[in-house]
Design a protein around this ligand. Structure first.
Ligand SMILES: [Zn+2]
Length: 106
């Protein structure tokens, strides 16, 4: 299990976790429970999202960047012309090989 992202609060951590769930990446939120149980710790402990499967970390990081940089979009997935991966419409680049969406004219 590897640390992925330190959230500002529990809500943000949960939103990102739900998003990763949708992408098939299993994650857990740690940190806020710890701070509640140990009152002597400083208040700088934030909920942290952990990726359960180490092999998912690189993809999870890419998804996290996209999650915070692009608003959710609807539409049809597009297929990466380089590696053939099916990419959700909200992504401007392939999650697998970072190739830009050839149909994105914005
Ligand atoms: Zn690709």
């Amino acid at each position: 299990m590897l640390a992925l992202y330190q959230a500002a609060d529990r809500v943000e951590a949960q939103m990102l976790k739900d998003y990763l769930d949708q992408q098939g990446i299993i994650s857990v939120i740690l940190g806020d429970l710890l701070s509640g149980a140990m009152g002597e710790l400083p208040a700088t402990i934030y909920p942290t999202l952990w990726v359960v499967e180490d092999s998912d970390l690189a993809r999870a990081k890419s998804l996290t960047e996209l999650f915070f940089s692009a608003p959710p979009m609807t539409g049809e997935p597009w297929r990466c012309p380089v590696c053939g991966a099916s990419v959700d419409p909200g992504f401007e680049v392939c999650w697998n090989c970072a190739t830009p969406d050839p149909n994105d004219n914005e």
